[in-house]
Design a protein around this ligand. Structure first.
Ligand code: LRH
Ligand code: MN
Ligand code: MN
Length: 389
């Protein structure tokens, strides 16, 4: 056990989780966006808030951008601001779903002019990557159909392949293309990238620097997500996670809130394949919106939840597990997993943080700083950060 504990501590010390800039702005549902005092007024303030999460957890050193939600005049200045705050810019997310031109889709649109516009937007995102030092271009397309017969399913896949190839050709040698899938919404009948298989087929056709993004909220209820993880890892094409929780649809709630056991099972697959190590190429990102809860504490809680699931996965006695599996000991094997899952790892993580000069309880430590009161007093007139900025 001591060996496992030490190994777990060493691995946890290296783990990083990327934060989405949009988690710090106001967000909501189509029914209501509640505003929060002190919400960031621009991308610079979003980065500053994200840096608070890193300052208290030591595990969140990157911030993803979403373009054009995070539009600024000078991206070099934004990257320099991030550096001053002790973080870096992570993935750049394209956004080809909020312009009237994209009513019938972006890269899959039947109109060649609109497809070209969508490609040009991605090339502009690549330019933002150059200016910020980002190496991951993350693509999620809202493309799809509401009615059978609305457009030709196969032709749309051909257009998609062509558009993605143009975007891929625009990447620098050190950049990756990450393609996210989602089974429905906003399209209700057919989505053009609905599942991991479709995303993987396009990535394989594009080349080695194209990988799949698995957003935990983008599956039909009951989907065995850890199986998808295992399969993508086998293919060497799990590029990133968008972590969040769902009860019903794409809820974007705090990761580990709805189903901590599922998060553990996912992380157990990751650890079993050694993919938790920074060299694995898997970018562990959050994709969440905090509609009614405070945003910075919501992100701190999320980071801690991922750390707890990872710690439990690292405590799985892999030797005992393999032995039980090969000897056909069904309940023994299950028991090994459950032992790890049922371990309280909060003390272990607190010890780790203390050894790194961090607060044992990042959530309480942040609350004690008074930062939220300060920004509420200083920032008047916040910007809405997502879904219609
Ligand atoms: C789509 C999605 C995708 C977007 C984000 C804001 O549902 O998961 O990752 O970029 O939400
Ligand atoms: Mn996502
Ligand atoms: Mn989503």
């Amino acid at each position: 056990m001591t060996d496992l504990r030490d190994e777990a501590l060493a691995a946890l010390a290296q783990q990083t989780i990327e934060l989405p800039s949009w988690a710090f702005g106001n967000s909501g549902t189509r029914f209501k966006v509640f505003s929060t005092p002190g919400v960031p007024r621009d991308p610079f303030e979003k980065v500053s808030d994200a840096a608070q999460v890193h300052r208290h957890t030591g595990a969140a050193p990157r911030v993803s951008l979403h373009i054009p939600w995070d539009l600024v005049d000078d991206y070099g200045k934004l990257a320099a601001h991030a550096a001053d705050e002790g973080v870096t810019i992570g993935a750049v997310n394209s956004n080809v779903f909020q312009d009237d031109d994209y009513r019938l889709g972006s890269l899959c649109n039947p109109d060649a002019r609109i497809r070209a516009k969508a490609v040009a937007h991605h090339l502009a995102c690549i330019d933002v990557m150059r200016q910020t030092g980002s190496t991951d271009l993350k693509i999620w397309l809202a493309d799809g159909l509401n009615y059978p017969g609305q457009d030709d399913l196969r032709a749309r896949q051909d257009r998609l392949a062509e558009g993605l190839a143009q975007v891929y050709a625009g990447l620098d040698a050190d950049m990756r293309l990450l393609l996210e899938y989602k089974f429905f919404e906003p399209a209700f009948y057919a989505t053009d990238v609905p599942d991991w298989g479709t995303s993987l087929l396009h990535c394989l056709a594009l080349g080695e620097r194209a990988s799949v993004v698995l957003d935990t909220g983008h599956h039909a209820p009951g989907t065995n997500i850890e199986f998808v993880v295992a399969q993508l890892l086998r293919a060497g094409r799990l590029g990133a996670f968008d972590f969040n929780s769902r009860f019903y649809a794409d809820d974007d709630l705090i990761v580990g809130a709805a189903d901590p056991f599922q998060l553990f099972r996912i992380m157990s697959e990751i650890v079993g394949a050694g993919a938790h190590l920074p060299t694995s190429g898997v970018n562990f990102m959050l994709d969440q919106c905090h509609n009614i809860e405070p945003k910075i504490p919501g992100q701190i809680r999320s980071v801690m939840n991922v750390q707890e699931a990872t710690a439990k996965a690292l405590l799985v006695d892999r030797e005992a597990l393999a032995e039980a599996q090969t000897s056909g000991d069904v309940l023994g094997a299950n028991g090994v997993l459950m032992d790890a899952y049922n371990t309280d790892v909060r003390g272990l993580l607190a010890d780790l943080r203390e050894s790194q000069g961090l607060p044992r309880d990042p959530y309480a430590a942040f609350a004690a700083t008074g930062y939220l009161d300060r920004i509420a007093a200083e920032r008047i007139g916040g910007a809405q950060a997502s879904w219609g900025a």
